[in-house]
Design a binder for this molecule. Structure first.
Ligand code: IMP
Length: 426
């Protein structure tokens, strides 16, 4: 059966976890391909509320296999915590032997680098994600599979730790990490994780050749993509669809569909340009109503109107064939709703998403204002029950982004979902 990608179309936090939990009923494998525990996915269903950072959001369905691909960077302490809290076993969860490890010195460096950036800080999640990817590219990284070869680790670790300690102490004036404790940590990780370490590309390939759907679970969002996002205010991986192929080891012909998850408005955590940002009371109203605080760091999210320029760009760089709109119910009760249809930059109107973050920072949104609706959309599961205002809002977003909406989320719970068209094959 085919693969279906569910990808963040904005700056992350679009509600992908809820959507994946909903879709996983009809899937055999759910696979993460990028990022690390900088992600935070909230899943709410009859079994409870789950806040997940690393394990895929399919874990609540006992028939699913959930895999963490080679493109993810893994902090084993976080993974083991999630395994224990959710009582997961190797029948339901596997981590790629090729995935890179987030080591204690990566977390130290993430914080020191942010401090050094001062006013230009990116506002990272501080989980060591960026420095772990830096080491991967610099060919200094350690991979999950290496945990199973302590003799080789004992050879590699001293040199790497010594080099990292030089950077930590001589450049940043920080405290060095202790080699013996790092080595002891890797031994514990090896013992506790061994049964979960597998060649994930085989699990995905086997599922694609059999009769179960494979859901590819996005983390972060396309506008945080290292190549396509608002560089340098981005994460250090490729959340866009390209990252799924390298991050899992699968071919493009596997796809049955690629969906972009768009919140009915926009949010952003951390620094960087955000043209439609609603400063003041309007933004506060949405933040408080929708609990827009980071799942990973608890930081208040910045709030903005739906950005159609960014949304269309995101659809283009991912080739979305489906739009999934979340948090529609948060817009209930607004007299008027703004949709950004173009930017004005230095007096010139444009519908193109600028490559340059400095230029994007100067972009003034040009809004189309539509009437809101007073009726509640919360928990609606039938299109016939949706009020006319909400219908025209969805229609307008489809037109602006240029992709059909297939699923609308009308609340955080699994069942608060309106399916307009099937996304997965049955
Ligand atoms: P990093 O991924 O921790 O290096 O952070 C880089 C940027 O991406 C910061 O602006 C973070 O706030 C943002 N970011 C990383 N992961 C997420 C996420 O899952 N949701 C929203 N923003 C994120």
């Amino acid at each position: 059966m085919p693969a279906y990608a569910v990808i963040g179309a904005q700056w992350g936090d679009e509600g992908k976890g809820k959507i994946i939990d909903f879709l996983a009923e009809n899937a055999a494998v759910i696979a993460r391909y990028s990022g690390g525990n900088n992600a935070g996915h909230t899943v709410i269903n009859d079994a409870g509320t789950f806040k997940l950072h690393l394990v895929p959001s399919g874990i609540c369905w006992p028939h699913t296999m959930n895999v963490i691909g080679n493109g993810v960077v893994v902090d084993p302490d976080v993974l083991l915590k999630e395994i224990n809290e959710n009582e997961l076993d190797p029948q339901h969860l596997a981590v790629s032997d090729r995935a890179h490890l987030i080591m204690p010195y990566h977390i130290v460096l993430d914080q020191l680098e942010e401090e050094r950036r001062g006013n230009a800080a990116i506002g990272t999640t501080g989980r060591g994600v960026g420095p772990a990817y830096v080491d991967k590219v610099a060919r200094l990284g350690l991979r999950v599979g290496e945990l199973l070869d302590p003799e080789n680790l004992a050879l590699r670790l001293p040199e790497i730790v010594a080099f990292k300690n030089e950077i930590i102490t001589k450049i940043y004036g920080g405290d060095p990490v202790d080699l013996d404790s790092v080595f002891a940590l890797t031994n514990r990780w090896a013992t506790e994780l061994a049964a979960y370490i597998r060649p994930v590309e085989n699990i995905v390939a086997d599922a694609l050749e059999s009769d179960g759907n494979v859901i590819i679970e996005g983390a972060q969002g396309s506008l945080l993509d290292l190549d396509h996002g608002t560089y340098p205010y981005v994460t250090s991986s490729n959340p866009t669809v390209g990252g799924t192929l390298t991050g899992l080891g699968m071919g493009p012909g596997s796809y049955g569909g690629v969906a972009g998850v768009y919140k009915a408005y926009c949010t952003r955590v951390g620094a960087g340009p955000f043209p439609t940002e609603m400063l003041g009371e309007e933004g506060d109203r949405i933040r408080e109503q929708a609990g827009e605080y980071g799942t990973t760091t608890g930081r208040p999210r910045r709030i903005g109107w739906f950005d159609g320029v960014a949304g269309r760009y995101s659809a283009r760089v991912n080739g979305f064939d489906a739009m999934i709109i979340t948090r529609l119910d948060t817009l209930d009760g607004w007299d008027e709703i703004n949709i950004c249809v173009a930017y004005e930059i230095d007096g010139v109107r444009t519908e193109q998403f600028p490559v340059d973050a400095v230029m994007l920072d100067r972009a003034e949104p040009i809004y189309e204002t539509i009437s809101g609706w007073t009726e509640s959309t919360r928990a609606i599961t039938e299109y016939s029950q949706l009020n006319a205002g909400a219908r025209s809002y969805i229609k307008r977003l489809e037109e602006i982004v240029g992709v059909p909406a297939k699923i609308i989320s009308t609340g955080p719970r699994r069942e608060e979902t309106l399916v307009l068209q099937d996304f997965l094959a049955h």
